[in-house]
Design a protein around this ligand. Sequence first.
Ligand code: HEM
Length: 344
Amino acid sequence: MASLKVFCSFLVMALLSSTLCMAFPGFGFGWGGHHGGGTFSGLFPEYYGFTCPQANDIVMSVLKKAIADDPRMAASLLRLHFHDCFVQGCDASVLLDDSSAIVSEKNAGPNKNSLRGFKVIDEIKAKLEKACPQTVSCADILALSARGSTVLSGGPSWELPLGRKDSRTASLSGANTNIPAPNSTIQSLITSFKRQGLSEVDLVALSGGHTIGKARCATFKQRLYNQNGNNQPDATLERTYYNGLKTVCPKSGGDNNISPLDLASPVRFDNTYFKLILWGKGLLTSDQVLLTGNIRKTMELVKSYAMDEVLFFHQFAKSMVKMGNVSPLTGVNGEVRKNCRRIN
Ligand code: HEM
């Protein structure tokens, strides 16, 4: 019965896609990669229903152990999916190592000495290659790991469209330009998300990913010592929080020292991140400006999510699906890598 259901949904999706393709050529209904942004992406949740029904179980079993050994790993894996999707779409380009054909995104400013979790992805890929050779893409592994990490940290789950293929290219310059900087203004955050087809609602909800994980001093030090070029701290930083951060991040050196993005519950996925922003305890400029940036919409959303965790969870799940649909490669575009670090 269950496999009949899987078969039917596969059939319906395939028929729908090809029918729409024929009816509206050039409108992007098909399997070809295009901008996701909430539109029909060609991905669907039962994609591996026949070819690798145990895919999610394998991902979850590796995640459980990795996160038990290192609770921060959940945050690192969630972030990997974000850094993948913002650079030429969710195509696992972020996982490619340097080679004669590839200039790796791993050396881009936002990624170098910063992204973590590559070995966990390798372990998941190795297990999946054993169970279902050359079937589950690295891009889908990133999407499944982001969802699994959220769930294992106490956050929401969601129905996850699958069927992404892996790129045969990477873009170092794309990583440098498309991934927003921690000292961004609210306007540049909005613009950067818009470029990916993501709204202000998505920006605020997805920033809630900072309810778990840590950041290096290098990413917020400016706020402590010279926020506006006048050798003064950021006036929006709450005083005791500011004093605490100064002990972790001295004026010179210590750039790789780390501080939790959500100091109250750093490994728990909850809505504390938004409460902290209301108290002037957002760690990055990009966190605090959601409230202080003078954009009514983002300001109100921070307040709503701080008051209502159910609302935050609901929107986070929706926005993660939307981010996961950004320009996927599908069908004959791209490939399923055998090793996530290199093209086949
Ligand atoms: C809104 C724009 C964003 C900016 C400017 C930003 C910036 C940053 C920075 C600077 C760090 C610390 C990196 C380091 O210390 O090397 C970080 C960490 C993190 N980011 Fe973001 N981020 C943004 C959006 C997102 C989104 C959309 C997600 C996921 C949905 C996310 C998830 C995370 C997580 C989980 C961590 C902690 C990673 C770890 O502990 O390994 N971020 N982010």
